[in-house]
Design a protein around this ligand. Structure first.
Ligand SMILES: Nc1ncnc2c1ncn2[C@@H]1O[C@H](COP(=O)(O)OP(=O)(O)OP(=O)(O)O)[C@@H](O)[C@H]1O
Ligand SMILES: [Mg+2]
Length: 319
């Protein structure tokens, strides 16, 4: 199996370490996501993997073979950059075929493969168009098809959907995941959107300030965050008695039933649920609590006093 292993990677720009002792294993065939705030080092890590930069320290290997010093053109990795970086003066077909030409594939093979990846990305009808005649979402698919067409050992996707609206983004995400499942290519995906990371990944690595804080399945990092940063970055967290509890793990009940007495400060409607911001007036602590939207309005209003309790069912009693 060709697992990708990053071992104690440190990278320094000027006088600042932007990657600090990063060690990660990306299992063969996995959809692996780097999740972290802007400037935490995600793109730098991708550039180390792709071979655009040699890290100041540490090693990169694939299937046990050290590739730290191997130049990018010898790595056989398909990269989708944040801005897609398509060739604007070429057609969709030529964009996809470009990497195959560079690699010296024969014409027959080039045409067959281009056709296959045009179809996989649902772009057959657009093959002859110039890329500036496409929508953002279509361009994004060209970029993914172009990266896949070289049949890379690894696919590196740097926030490929950052410019799309919510609906298109969700569709694209499903498409990328489906293509990845079909081809089985090991994929590194970068995002700072926690919903996206949780819904698409086999494994998520949460990064901050050049460090990897936790690696796990989406459920592991969401349900068992290793520290407060992970808890807050991968969703909303309430720190209660040393536990990090999610808004859906709390409920509000009639005052005087033995919970923590709180006052409702804000109610916001998010569609599937209502989100209450409540305050414990004895110490000023604030908590976020979710209530499922059952189509009958929310139970509590601003100013109401009630009790905060843990509720595995995520339900709220009527007052
Ligand atoms: N060529 C460079 N020279 C100097 N500093 C750089 C260079 N490229 C990136 N940096 C710095 O390294 C840090 C990490 O940058 P990087 O691009 O990896 O962040 P990122 O996690 O991808 O952020 P974003 O989500 O905004 O894309 C930032 O502080 C950035 O300013
Ligand atoms: Mg980046």
């Amino acid at each position: 199996m060709s697992d990708v292993v990053l071992q104690d990677i440190t990278h320094r720009y000027d006088s600042e370490d932007v990657l600090k002792h990063v060690s990660l294993t990306i299992p063969h065939g996995a959809f692996f996501t780097l999740l972290g705030p802007s400037g935490c080092g995600k793109t730098t890590l991708l550039r180390v993997l792709a071979g655009f930069i040699v890290p100041s320290a540490g090693r990169v290997s694939i299937g046990g073979k050290d590739i730290t010093d191997l130049p990018c053109e010898k790595r056989n990795m398909g990269v989708v950059f944040q801005n897609y970086a398509l060739f604007p003066n070429m057609t969709v077909r030529d964009n996809i075929a470009y990497g195959l030409k560079v690699r010296g594939l024969r014409r027959n093979e080039r045409e067959a493969r281009t056709k296959r990846y045009l179809a996989l990305a649902g772009l057959e009808d657009y093959a002859g168009r110039h890329v500036q005649e496409l929508s953002g979402g279509q361009q994004q698919r060209v970029a993914v098809a172009r990266a896949l067409a070289i049949e890379p050992d690894m696919l590196l996707l740097d926030e490929p959907m950052s410019n799309l609206d919510v609906g298109l983004r969700a569709r694209m995400r499903e498409e990328i995941r489906a293509i990845q499942r079909q081809t089985g290519v090991t994929t590194l995906f970068i995002t700072h959107d926690q919903q996206e990371a949780l819904s698409i990944s086999d494994l998520v690595a949460v990064m901050n300030e050049g460090e990897v804080l936790q690696v796990g399945t989406p459920e592991e990092v969401y349900n068992h965050p290793g520290n407060a940063f992970v808890a807050n970055f991968v969703g909303t967290a309430n720190a209660i008695d040393g536990l990090q509890l999610r808004p859906e793990q709390l409920a509000l009940t009639q005052a005087g039933r033995g919970g923590t007495t709180v006052r409702i400060e804000q109610v916001s409607f998010t569609g599937p649920s209502y989100e209450y911001l409540v305050v414990d007036e004895r110490n000023g602590s604030r908590y976020t609590v979710l209530e499922k939207n059952l189509g009958q309005g929310c139970t509590w209003s601003v100013g109401d006093v009630c009790d905060l309790v843990q509720d595995a069912q995520g339900r709220t009693d009527t007052p």
